[in-house]
Design a protein around this ligand. Structure first.
Ligand SMILES: [Zn+2]
Length: 388
């Protein structure tokens, strides 16, 4: 490396309250951040569940003027974010509780950013020094409460928001989008169906794995990625097969936060392909990464053998690259993930378009090999057909 490559911006995470039953501290957490009228942002599915009712009641019992905003899509859109901003202003709110899976967390964080800005949302896309346009003083504080273990958005500095008009996912970034306070309570995740547990858990693995293969200088992230992967190895099968196993659920929440912490080092080709596929087919983000994982490992093989050897040693797998690949394939089938994108409803109608979109996706910048659009198309086609 040249000395210039050691120049990095690190923002390492935030206050986290970890443990069974810690959701009972939500109102106090809001108060700690100075909120008197939090807007709880979640998705419509969760809004119908007793846990959201209980959270709102807890806040109101504590004297907080809590409101609810739940018009958030599975892949949240710019319109969802701006509707949330309108709800925030209409209710004279002063903070956000981002409560739910990745969609609700990302939307909640983006709403908290946008309540204080004059410029339109896409002006804050993670390009160049757009982040310097943010009026930091206008941002609302955020308490993040994940209910899935995968995206780790509760410790992330960005939100992935779909630009409906352009049909692409854009990353909205500012270092201060990192929530000020996080509650990791495994009881909120015990009701997740096995399929979602598996897909989101594999997303957590993909974050640690891609971060671990990134060429950027970030030794802290490498260490966190390794232990994050080990937690997935040990606990994801348990969390999938025994959904009420609170210890496995807790460890997966931690693995998820670790994956997202690690990917401050960058992601790679799994996400570069999953982002356009999610935008074009509205497919589940974690599931896409899970299916893509072995194909991307094989495509990157020439550049990642030394990292795979380290990883195999840490995970006690016998061998280097091949042992890691076999483990990924075995884990993926153990938790019930399909082998090809064709099996999850992706077709071959847009192979070239997907390749072009992947090449310019921000995650492509830290893949260990800079693939061309044609190489991404070829990789996509293999994953589509199941040709490893
Ligand atoms: Zn992801």
């Amino acid at each position: 490396m040249t000395l210039d490559q050691y120049r990095m911006n690190w923002n390492y995470p935030t206050s986290m309250r970890v443990g069974v039953g810690r959701i009972s501290e939500l109102a106090e957490a809001c108060r700690q951040l100075g909120m008197r009228a939090p807007l709880l942002c979640t998705d419509p599915g969760l809004a119908a569940l007793p846990m959201i009712d209980a959270a709102l009641r807890q806040c109101r019992d504590a004297g907080l003027n809590a409101g609810l905003f739940s018009a958030i899509k599975g892949n949240p859109t710019g319109a969802n974010v701006m509707d949330g901003v309108a709800a925030f202003k209409a209710g004279a709110h002063d903070g956000v509780i981002a409560f739910g899976g990745g969609s609700a967390l990302d939307a909640g964080k983006a709403i908290a950013l946008m309540v204080g800005q004059e410029r339109p949302l896409w002006d804050f896309e993670d390009v160049g020094d757009n982040a310097s346009r943010v009026n930091v003083a206008g941002m609302a504080p955020v308490v993040a409460v994940p209910t899935t273990a995968g995206t780790g958005s509760e410790v992330g500095r960005a939100s992935v928001i779909t630009d409906d008009a352009a049909h692409i996912k854009r990353i909205i970034f500012h270092a201060r989008m990192l929530p000020a306070l996080v509650i990791l309570d495994p009881e909120l995740t015990v009701g997740l169906p096995a399929k979602i547990t598996a897909a989101t858990g594999m997303d957590a693995l993909s974050h640690s794995l891609e971060a671990f293969c990134s060429p950027l200088f970030h030794p802290m992230a490498e260490g966190i990625a390794l232990e994050g992967m080990r937690l997935v190895q040990q606990y994801l099968p348990r969390a999938v097969s025994q959904g009420a196993d609170v210890e496995a659920r807790l460890q997966m929440l931690v693995a998820s936060s670790m994956g997202a912490t690690a990917f401050q080092r960058g992601l790679g080709a799994m996400h570069a392909l999953a982002h356009p596929l999610g935008a074009l087919y509205d497919a589940h983000h974690g599931l896409l990464n899970a299916v893509l994982m072995p194909y991307v490992l094989v495509a990157n093989r020439g550049a990642i053998e030394p990292q795979m050897e380290k990883m195999a040693r840490y995970l006690a797998l016998p061998g280097g690259f091949d042992a890691v690949l076999e483990w990924v394939l075995a884990l993926r089938s153990e938790v019930g993930i399909a082998h090809s994108l064709g099996e999850i409803g992706i077709d071959d109608a847009r192979i070239e378009q997907v390749g072009r979109m992947a090449e310019v996706d921000p995650s492509a910048g830290t893949n260990p090999i800079a693939f061309s659009a044609a190489q991404y198309s070829a990789l996509f086609e293999k994953a589509l057909r199941g040709a490893l």
